[in-house]
Design a protein around this ligand. Sequence first.
Ligand code: SF4
Ligand code: SF4
Length: 482
Amino acid sequence: MSKEREGKRQVNVTRRRFLKTSGGAAAAVAGTAVVGCATSQAQKKPAATSSAATEEAAPAPSAEKEKAVIQRYRMLGRTGFKTSDISMGCGSIADANVVRYAYDHGINLFDVAEGYGDGDSERKIGEAMQFMDRKKIFIVTKLAVKPEDTEQSLLERFGKCLQRLQTDYADALYSHSVSTVAEVKNKAFHAAVKKLKAEGKLKHAGISNHGPHGQQDMDSMEKVLLAAVEDGRFDLMLLVHNFMKADEGERVLKACKEKNIGTTAMKTSPGQLKIEPFDPASPNEEYAGVLKRLTGRGMSQEEAVERIHKYLERMKGEMEKHKHLLDPFVAKYGIQTQDQLNQRSVQWVLQNPDMHTICVSMPDFDKLDEFIPLSGTELTAAGAQFLRDYQASFGHQYCRHACSDCATSCPHDLPVSTMMRYTYYFQQQGREKHAMAKYAHLQGHDASLCLDCEEAPCLSACPYGVSIQASLIKAHQMLTLA
Ligand code: SF4
Ligand code: SF4
């Protein structure tokens, strides 16, 4: 283990041990001493803001404090709540102290769902609830509404969400990952929302969308969310928005602004900053796994080797095709880290005041320490140029979230962008188990079919130049146990 990594882990152990063995207020003060941040100030900030302004910076903290607490709060549309510009995506949470740590550092919106860890994320928030001022936080939870759901079934499921969250009400309930215009008007969902509001168990309805999941029978993110704006019953939206796929999100944001709907961005850090060496003569572990898989399915060793060689040759061609794009980027910027890309990506989203908050997946202390310092910061001209250059050089490696442009090209109707999204959960968000479980749900209707697809009609189907077959074979390796 490197010294740098080792040092980082020691800090975390200290934080965890401290938070676990101390009471709420005392923990906050000592936590401040360890990581050098302004706990008490962070807790006061949301209350200190004026309700007249739609956006304002927190009082200037000392240089030391400035690094570690939320610096900006924005009005979350017509909800009237002032949200931290960085909110906590709760897809997975290592332990309840992570929630307390986020709260202590000024994060006041927690975005969770019934389905995150089968209720485990809600439970972790619930465990932390007693250490937070309920009136100063905004809890979003979500239910995936199925065709067979009734008002009653949704009420029962929502009741369990509240139990796990250890609270009497949720600030918002979203219809989760709605993928058709028809689902926007789901009667059971709206009836349940109406009842819950009347009972004081819910304040607002919202909707989230990941795009059409790469499938033909689903509608685009834009169509679904514009239908929700038009519907008028949704106060909040969670949408995909990043510098690699900006147009659709910007049109949705414009419509939301007209109706004063609260907006949250997800999938804000697209792409990988990785240039892989490629040597067909000595396939790495990844291709050894493919070989094992092919022979395991009854193919002879020779046939399998030939299949892989064919695939590798094709991939080599793809790499050569893009070499002229990658080389200048490396020459201009040298080695850049994934963190540098992620941080500029987040700043790009935050520069738009019509996006009220971004929901970053922050399962542990390290992620909180990485993203909280970005609150209130601006994207520099050099940072913006970096992103433009990245897009020009690496755009062919990123499967756009919420896209389905290649959907008709696959004879098996594979959900290409959905499978690529699972690799995002795995690589970018560190949610390996979740990603693998989601992938397993595809039950064979997955990228294993790409191994046998000799013609690969998807090859030229992506307008952005993504090499679909190669990416999906990698995805399959990543998301299954080889
Ligand atoms: S591979 Fe290309 S066309 Fe297909 S979903 Fe991804 S970005 Fe869209
Ligand atoms: S390689 Fe074949 S099976 Fe895989 S996505 Fe492309 S067309 Fe579909």
